[in-house]
Write a protein that binds this ligand. Structure first.
Ligand SMILES: [Zn+2]
Length: 326
C-alpha cells in the first residue's frame, strides 16, 4: 500500500500495558520518533488512565510540532472492534465495555483512532517490520506476566467469531493444574509465563537442588523472578535450567496444538521472557514436533522477536496508517 500524506505526516502508536503506557510517532516506513513512557495508573481508575494516555499522546504531538494523521491504540484484553471498546482487560479488572478509543479521541477530534488488542498489535508489528517480515502464516507468543498470542493466517489477523481468537495463553496444558485468572486451570500461562516460572521455582524451594537460587535471593523468595531464574539457568544451575526446560515443554505442547489446528509452523517469541527463551527452546521444539505429526524439523521455525517492546507500537501504528484514506 502507498501512503499519500503531506510532508511530515505521521501517526501515533500507543501501547497500553498494566504498568506503563508507551507512545511514539511512527513514520510511514516504520521509523519511530518522540518516544514517551508514562506509568499507566492502573489503580487510579478508568478516567485517570484515559487522562494519562491523552497526556502521552500530547507529549508526542508537542515533540513532533504537528498533529498526527491518525492514532492507533493497543490495549490488553478482549476488544469489541465494531464499538471500539475494551470489553474486559486483565490489567484493568474494573473495566467493562469501556469506550477507550472514543474517550481518548475527544481531545484529538481531527484524527481517527483505531483500537487493537496488544498481542494482536505485536503480531502485526512483527509481520510488518520484525521477525515475521515476509511470512504470511505465523503465531506470536508474548511471554510476560501472562502469555499473549496473535495469529496471522494468509497475511490477516485471525479474529474469530467474537473477535477473541488468539488467546494462546489460555490453552489447557495441565487439566488438573494451577488455577488461572481466566477461571480455568492449568492454562499455558500458569506454568510458562514469567509468573508461572517464578511460581514453579518458589513451590520447589524445599528441593535440595535449589541451593543456588536460595543463595542468589539471600533466602528472600520475594526476590525470585523469571529474570533471576534465567540468569542462573544460563550459568549452569540445573535446578533453574530444569524449570525453564519444563516451561519450554509446555510452550511446545501449545505450539503443537496450534500447528495441528491452524496448519502454522512458524512462531515468534516476544515479551520480557524472550531473553530466557534460549533455555526453553530445545524442549519447546522437541515437544512441538512430537505432538504434531504434521510438523517436520525443517518446517518448524521458532524465532525471537526482533522488535521487542516496539512490536505493539509499530503494529498498531501500521493499523492506523492503513486506516488513513489515501
Ligand atoms: Zn487461563
Amino acid at each position: 500500500m502507498i501512503y499519500i500524506m503531506k510532508p511530515g505526516g505521521y501517526v501515533i502508536g500507543v501501547d497500553l500495558g498494566g504498568t506503563y503506557v508507551r507512545a511514539a510517532a511512527v513514520l510511514p516506513a516504520g521509523r519511530i520518533y518522540a518516544r514517551v513512557k508514562l506509568e499507566s495508573g492502573a489503580s487510579l481508575g478508568y478516567g485517570e488512565v484515559v487522562k494519562i494516555i491523552r497526556s502521552a499522546v500530547e507529549n508526542v504531538v508537542v515533540s513532533m510540532g504537528a498533529p498526527p494523521l491518525a492514532i492507533g491504540l493497543a490495549s490488553a484484553g478482549a476488544i469489541d472492534f465494531s464499538r471500539k471498546q475494551v470489553v474486559r482487560s486483565p490489567n484493568f479488572p474494573d473495566w467493562r465495555n469501556v469506550p477507550l478509543a472514543k474517550d481518548v479521541g475527544e481531545e484529538f477530534a481531527d484524527c481517527s483512532i483505531t483500537l487493537e488488542n496488544d498481542a494482536n498489535a505485536a503480531a502485526l508489528g512483527e509481520g510488518w517490520l520484525g521477525a515475521a517480515k515476509g511470512w504470511s502464516d505465523f503465531v506470536t507468543l508474548t511471554l510476560g506476566t501472562g502469555i499473549g498470542g496473535g495469529v496471522v493466517l494468509a497475511g490477516e489477523l485471525l479474529r474469530g467469531a467474537r473477535g477473541m481468537a488468539g488467546e494462546v495463553g489460555h490453552i489447557t496444558i495441565h487439566p488438573d493444574g494451577r488455577p488461572c485468572g481466566c477461571g480455568s486451570s492449568g492454562c499455558l500461562e500458569t506454568t510458562a509465563s514469567a509468573t508461572g516460572v517464578r511460581r514453579t521455582a518458589i513451590e520447589r524451594m524445599a528441593d535440595p537442588g535449589s541451593v543456588w537460587l536460595k543463595k542468589a535471593c539471600r533466602g528472600d523468595i520475594e526476590k525470585i523472578d523469571a529474570r533471576l531464574i534465567a540468569r542462573l539457568g544460563e550459568k549452569g544451575d540445573p535446578f533453574c535450567a530444569r524449570i525453564l526446560k519444563e516451561a519450554g515443554r509446555d510452550l511446545g505442547a501449545a505450539m503443537g496444538t496450534l500447528a495441528l489446528v491452524l496448519g502454522v509452523s512458524r512462531f515468534v517469541i516476544g515479551g520480557g521472557m524472550a531473553r530466557a527463551f534460549g533455555l526453553m527452546k530445545p524442549s519447546a521444539r522437541r515437544t512441538a514436533l512430537k505432538s504434531a505429526y504434521t510438523l517436520t524439523g525443517a518446517k518448524l521455525k521458532i524465532v525471537n522477536s526482533r522488535l521487542g517492546d516496539d512490536a505493539g507500537i509499530l503494529g498498531v501504528a501500521k493499523k492506523a496508517l492503513d486506516s488513513i484514506d489515501s
